[in-house]
Design a binder for this molecule. Sequence first.
Ligand SMILES: NC(=O)c1ccc[n+]([C@@H]2O[C@H](COP(=O)([O-])OP(=O)(O)OC[C@H]3O[C@@H](n4cnc5c(N)ncnc54)[C@H](O)[C@@H]3O)[C@@H](O)[C@H]2O)c1
Length: 258
Amino acid sequence: MSGLLSGKRALIQGVANRFSLCWGIAEAMAREGAEVCLTYQNERLRKGVEDCAATLPGAITLPLDLQQDEQVEAVAHALQERWGKMDALVVGAAFARQEELEGEFIKVSREGFHLALDVSCYGLVAMTRACRSLLAEADGASVLTLTYIASERVVPNYNIMAVAKAALEASVRYLANDLGPENIRVNAISAGPVRTAAASGVKGVGGMIGEVAERSPLRRKTDRMQIGDVAAFLASDLARGITGETVFVDNGFHILGM
Ligand SMILES: NC(=O)c1ccc[n+]([C@@H]2O[C@H](COP(=O)([O-])OP(=O)(O)OC[C@H]3O[C@@H](n4cnc5c(N)ncnc54)[C@H](O)[C@@H]3O)[C@@H](O)[C@H]2O)c1
């Protein structure tokens, strides 16, 4: 198959089920000819991720909990053996305690703060570091993560997740600066709200999705294939001049002042 990503190999972390934004990314990258590896966080999610992978030619799956350093290393090692290079790395994990995704931000606990930042920000740094030599073997590699506008503007109930996303976006810039000399680009997509397992943890997200669709310049909802298509572009050589960037895929909602 020939496509934008033909001959490329992509590790995609962050698929929980067929509604996941990272599943849209996997579908788009596979459609464009990439060979993909999906990871599953735990045994509970394994079957769903394997069922998704089974629909993509040649896709493989590996276990990966980003809080487990040995699993991070094991995934990089397995793909070193199997692929010898990595053209694209997608890190899509986000997690915060349910009780910290409602009410006042000021109530956030120390443990809740650490947990959200560990999974939702440090996970990108740890994975990128573990895969660095594999990424450097590709002829221009792309690292990608997913963020949300609550990092810049106050969105009710995002609280600690918004703070984690702000740290994630800053990490994207620092990683881009570190890895640019190795021809590795690092970017984020800032997605509009989409109904997924993670999004449903934020109180009131359902109403927000409809309101954003009504008011956004393009008057439509964000969906996972809008995200997937931009991810495929960012992983491709067409985006070779873009790094350290947060690209909004939200049908224009972020440009509104009122
Ligand atoms: N859905 C939205 O509205 C929206 C908007 C902007 C950004 N995002 C971001 O997109 C990304 C994907 O989320 P989604 O909405 O597709 O939801 P999702 O629930 O489908 O995906 C979240 C993923 O994070 C993984 N995860 C959580 N803790 C982990 C850990 N310790 N180790 C490994 N994986 C872990 C889960 O297994 C799951 O695959 C997240 O970073 C989210 O913040 C989502």
